[in-house]
Write a protein that binds this ligand. Sequence first.
Ligand SMILES: Nc1ncnc2c1ncn2[C@@H]1O[C@H](COP(=O)(O)OP(=O)(O)O)[C@@H](O)[C@H]1O
Ligand SMILES: [Mg+2]
Length: 790
Amino acid sequence: MSMSLSVTLFPLPHSLSTQAPSFLSLKPRRRRYCFFPSRPHRPLLSPLRPNPPLAVAPPDGKSFPDPADDDPPEAPEDTEHGVSKFQQIHRQASRARRIQEDDFKKHQSTFLAAIADVEDAPEEDAADAPGDAGDDLFGEIDKAIALKRREFVKQGLLKPNSKKAKVNGEKLADAVEELEPEEVVDLEEIQELRGLQVASGDDADDGEDDGAREFDDEVSGNLGRSNGGSVSDSSFDLDFDTYGRTKARIVEPKFRITLAELLDESKVVPVSVYGNLEVEITGIQHDSRVVSSGDLFVCCVGRKTDGHLFLSEADKRGAVAVVASKEIDIEETLGCKALVIVEDTNAVLPALAASFYRQPSRHMAVIGIMGTYGKTTTSYLIKGMYEAMGLRTGMLSTVAYYVHGDNKLELPNTDPDAVLVQNLMAKMLNNGTEAIAMEASSHGLAMGRYNEVDFDIAVFTNLTCDNLDFHGTEEEYKAAEAKLFSRMVDPERHRKIVNIDDPNAPFFMAQGNPDVPVVTFAMENKNADVHPLKFELSLFETQVLVNTPNGILEISSGLLGRHNIYNILAAVAVGIAVGAPLEDIVRGIEEVDAVPGRFELIDEEQAFGVIVDYAHTPDALSRLLDSVREIGPSRIITVIGCVGESDRGKRPMMTKIATDKSEVTMLTSDNPKTEDPLDILDDMLAGVGWTMQDYLKHGENDYYPPLPNGHRLFLHDIRRVAVRAAVAMGEEGDVVVVAGKGHEAYQIEGDKKEFFDDREECREALQYVDELHQAGIDTSEFPWRLPESH
Ligand SMILES: Nc1ncnc2c1ncn2[C@@H]1O[C@H](COP(=O)(O)OP(=O)(O)O)[C@@H](O)[C@H]1O
Ligand SMILES: [Mg+2]
């Protein structure tokens, strides 16, 4: 049942799916880095762990670069602070221009070839914007290409090409048709990519030929050809946003080992063994539902279930051996050839998994990020920085798994366990990954998920003990978190990166070996190795001048809010710890425009800010709203709901925080599950001392009844309505905050889980409001406006 308020709802959105290919600037956004960086400097992957050659690991799995190989860190061009804003912008612009020019020079042949056969547009069309061509998106693009072409012709880089009178889809298509792919796309790049696919193409089902064919298709597809060589009607489909990026076909490595070897290599000491230990294992599982033929089934004991109960299911699915901690009978089983009894199955699982997958983390630099907040964001920044150093960098985070570059892996439905972590790392290594930024959650640390991960660098972001859902006490929480830093024992190889504004910093620094070098960062504590000298927050970017032991960095980031300065500092500190060139640190961090669902700015060119954020706990919401307030909005309009079937206690707290810290709060639903959404809202209203009856009474004459503090409250159980009302209310200078879901694009109502993406909802609402305005409709009379705005 929904609250029936007579708010005029927007009609359901029409989809505006056409996205402008953003290659108007003809700037390749990102280049591929080759496997073996051609630059003389060899950035450190980990303090002293070099870039492992792709296929051949050093004999001991680790080796060290000659420090003489490294370039001395390059100071950024601007190491001064106190320069005027105008100068800063000017410098940034000229630096960006220079980078763009360099990029352009490198890729010049590609660009020129790509538009060599485009006809010159008639002078007047290209010079002045109006005209039929400008009526549609593709017309705009054609025009931009023509202008660019004219520029090249003027520079003498291309010959004039006006043999055809008019650029039209058909003729251009013919022109493109005549091109050989090699003429259009840099041959070297193709061969390099093909080489990559061949190198990784040991997948039995999908041989290298397929890979090469797939790639050919992709190239010709990009040139506007559809199947059979016919030409699509879009005049120019080469997408420079994705063109040239590392789109490798990710292969699944295959592993096999005998049970005897596995026990030997994992150093698991069995209590007893039965059957044939020479049986070959081709997989390892502890969830009977996903066992497949040839697997070793490990009977783990969970909070709710006991794997020992599922032996027969695992057997039916093809398990060939079992590891258990209780005497069980395998006589009756069909396929199980061997049984290994150990003291504690849960404890041996990570070691078995790591040995089965050949200890992948030993051959890559692994940066573990732990703490209450900022793990995902910091992982993205570190990945960006390592990629800027020319390293193929993977990422394991709550939001996404990357093999390297833009190659994403699907997130599994379940939390990753020790087996999956090792499996993913093996997949990464096998596909050329050299470093991994890895979110080490306290839950995962407590469960031993990362026990056999060979971390090189440990990063501590911050620690708050407000949400101890999983860990019963503060001590348990800290003990779990301490597990990462306690692995920092080798002063040569390991590094500790610590936020010393956090009172728990000394605790983490003291873990492991105290001789392991520490790089500290902080915003408040000026003794930190890495700290800001100056920063500026806005709704569009964050600018920060960072002091480091190696020089001062000037960073402009699309990550917004004060908390993101901490995340930037953490990434810089990692860069400093590994001796990254300062230029790469800056470039890599700046490359990360946004992290999905983390203070994510939704920009449809509206006059006010719209932010979607994952904050769904009182503490996170409070921090989020403080960060937004610091940006200096006229008003904050917050949409918030509370999840059903859990944590009733936090519902009133969420409302209290939202209404204290926002001028307008929209209470709504967020995965109510089987609970009645109105009951949840009732609980939430208690945060302002109201019942639903009170709200309805207050709301009789006013959609947004004022609270004692003068702030206003609106309530609607349909999230879409709440989001639209909030967005429609936005005026210049406001910030609308839609909190709770972040990157999680679903809503669970009853037992139905349906697609629902706050970011899409905001975009659609913004587009619709814009259309109303463009149609000359005065929305100020609409009921979603506050009385004072009328
Ligand atoms: N360094 C930080 N300090 C405090 N809060 C942060 C920090 N980084 C992010 N946050 C807040 O926590 C939320 C989750 O950020 P995220 O990077 O996903 O962290 P985690 O992976 O640790 O949950 C963000 O949306 C933001 O509100
Ligand atoms: Mg996370």
